[in-house]
Write a protein that binds this ligand. Sequence first.
Ligand code: SF4
Length: 314
Amino acid sequence: MIFPFYLENFEKIDRVGKIFKEHLTGCGLCPRRCGVDRTKESGFCLQRDVPRISNVVLHYGEEPPLVEKNGAGAVFFCGCNMRCVYCQNFAFSQKNIGKNISVEELADYFLKLQELDATCLDLVTPTPHLPFIVEALGIAITKGFKLPIVYNTSSYESVEVLNLLDGIVDVYLADLKYSDDEVALRLSGVKDYWEVATAALREMYRQVGAFKRYASGVFRGLIVRHLVLPGDLSGSEKVARFIAEELSTSVPVAVMGQYNPVNRAREYPEIARRLSKQEYERVLDVFQSYDLVEGWYQLEDGEPVRAVGVKLAD
Ligand code: SF4
């Protein structure tokens, strides 16, 4: 296996980059399909025709195989195509606080993260920035860049756009937030989350399969993240059933219990509190009842509630 994926598909980067750039004058990079000319105005995600970032860091909070010794090399992009009322990154995802940089500077950040020995390039909420990311990747590769790419997404993605990333992205780190569209609309401003996100996850799984880490250090595949909301608003059983029955029980799942009512969450009584331990444990039982036993569960007081981990593949 050639690792990272894009070194096997270098010729694709230029071609795909040109397609993504066409969206800057009529954007349909995500299912919002705003159609705006981003050289003149911004669409729903607030992004224009230059990369805009909040931060570039070695990030130790991602799933363990993406962190290892030196952390995931995270680039936090501004903007988002969702409006989660509880978003902990709202300063840059919704208020667009950050700085504009050039594509060349973005490529330099990629190279800097490699110099710092990051485990991967962790692109956080990348979709509105795809025209710049792919161009920067092409520049960085000519200067020796070879970190694997992690696409860190809400999964509110278009299959057509994901399909263009086939052979470029090594790891999809993808949320499946809700199974009830009414809840998704109320809490995240998205009316068709379930249909769009499940189609996106099927495409991600088709491309890379379930996440595997090989003894050689090579890794690739899909990891699904599920944030558990109070009062079962995440619709966890339907989420677990979808992963188990329509993807695979081999897909590692990060069941996240760290919900905190930040941003505008206190305006919504049903989520204006933290998750209880019992609620979280109930969701773990549901995932286990569907044989979803690979992945990561919440740490409590420094100890795993239920310790599991992704097995090394041969
Ligand atoms: S990436 Fe932004 S501008 Fe483009 S379709 Fe999505 S929300 Fe609209």
